[in-house]
Design a protein around this ligand. Structure first.
Ligand code: GTQ
Ligand code: FE2
Length: 362
């Protein structure tokens, strides 16, 4: 924690420089030349702690699902291009932001539909919520999606989605477009054809890279994005079950796995960090905070989370968001599995990321 003298200095800075007639006149004249005095804004620009605008918030799947079903009758996937209901943070309405930095939405695709091929600089992740028989075709390779799978759409790779199953399929979309747009680095293209030609066997990326071996003929320099496009839930579940059987839960994070790029050991995606954790029933986690903003999706179990001053209960398929540096405490009433994604991967690349493991609520 910051020491009290430091806090006092911040307070003095926040009080700012008093207005006088001479100063006001000076500011007005400077403004006419597109100039402004730093001393009026410094405290809010270079803040002592992160100050996210987003609020912690939870969306119940039971509330969202009817809107997804209704959207299926109102617009076709072809019309919408992507039939997605966006999670809008209550403090950032109209901006398509689940938090200051991240996008989240639920996409639904009906049997027989195709969401047409396009590509963009923004990277996307899918986390499958319900339904069987849908695929995402990524650079001409189909990844067959099952509930709980984490699927990557790398930057600038053609992708279309389809549903060959009997019922609608729903997944969570997480994208980094707000980070890309902050830097004005966005491009996007639509393909003339609805679907990219299939050029590789289904799930070829997992067959080649998903088993701690790699083709000897792989490129010399690994990509910043994982060569594995789909990390199946069956594997994550198996590993969490084994971890829970052999080791104690981390007091702050439970039993937790990170999704990695096997060729670099770094996060599976260059901008978005993804993890899966299991929280044993009954035991609450100790208070934890970090500078990354985290979006959680409940896979199974039930519980409550305290995030800053707010508290939510949650159940399977609910989505909730924890803004940067707010203290999180999670308590499972029934053994819970939580998928999460955050902007930690990009923060680490810029040497910005910090965390604090606390012993009691501060
Ligand atoms: O499925 O390709 O939610 O490009 C937002 C942008 C989904 C997608 C979104 C996208 C997609
Ligand atoms: Fe896309």
């Amino acid at each position: 924690m910051a020491d009290p003298t430091e806090l006092l200095r911040h307070k003095a800075m926040d009080q700012g420089v008093a207005e006088t007639d001479a100063r006001s006149a000076f500011y007005a004249r400077a403004g006419e030349k597109d100039l402004a005095p730093l001393w009026k804004v410094l405290a809010g620009l270079v803040t002592p702690f992160p100050r996210p605008k987003a609020l912690a918030h939870r969306w119940r799947y039971a509330d969202v699902r009817p809107f997804l079903m209704e959207a299926c009758d109102l617009v076709t996937a072809a019309e919408a291009e992507r039939r997605v209901m966006v999670f809008e943070n209550p403090a950032l309405r109209g901006q398509s932001r689940v938090s200051d930095s991240l996008f989240a939405g639920l996409q639904i695709i009906k049997p027989g539909e195709v969401a047409p091929a396009h590509r963009h600089v923004a990277s996307a992740l899918r986390f499958i919520i319900e339904g069987e028989g849908a695929y995402s075709a990524i650079g001409g390779e189909r990844s067959v999606m099952h509930p709980g799978d984490f699927v990557i759409t790398p930057s600038w790779v053609w992708h279309d989605h389809g549903n060959e199953g009997p019922a609608p399929v729903v997944w969570l979309d997480g994208l980094d477009m707000h980070i890309v747009n902050l830097l004005n680095a966005s491009f996007r293209e639509e393909m003339a054809d609805q679907q990219h030609p299939i050029v590789r066997p289904d799930d070829a990326s997992r067959a080649e890279y998903g088993h701690a071996m790699a083709p000897a003929s792989r490129p010399l320099h690994p990509s910043t994005v994982s060569p594995i496009l789909n990390y199946p839930y069956v594997r994550a579940d198996e590993m969490l079950t084994s971890m829970a059987a052999h080791s104690p839960a981390d007091p702050w994070r439970g039993h937790m796995l990170d999704y990695l790029n096997p060729l670099t050991g770094d996060w599976a995606m260059p901008t978005i960090a993804t993890s899966m954790r299991r929280l044993p029933a009954g035991i609450g986690t100790k208070p934890y905070r970090s500078t990354d903003t985290t979006v959680f999706c409940v896979v199974e179990g039930e519980g409550t989370s305290k995030i800053g001053d707010l508290e939510f209960d949650w159940a399977p398929h609910d989505v909730f968001v924890a803004p940067s540096w707010e203290v999180q405490e999670h308590q499972a009433s029934r053994t819970a599995t939580l998928f999460s994604y955050s902007d930690r991967a990009v923060q680490e690349k810029l040497s910005l990321w910090r965390e604090a493991r606390l012993d009691a609520k501060i």
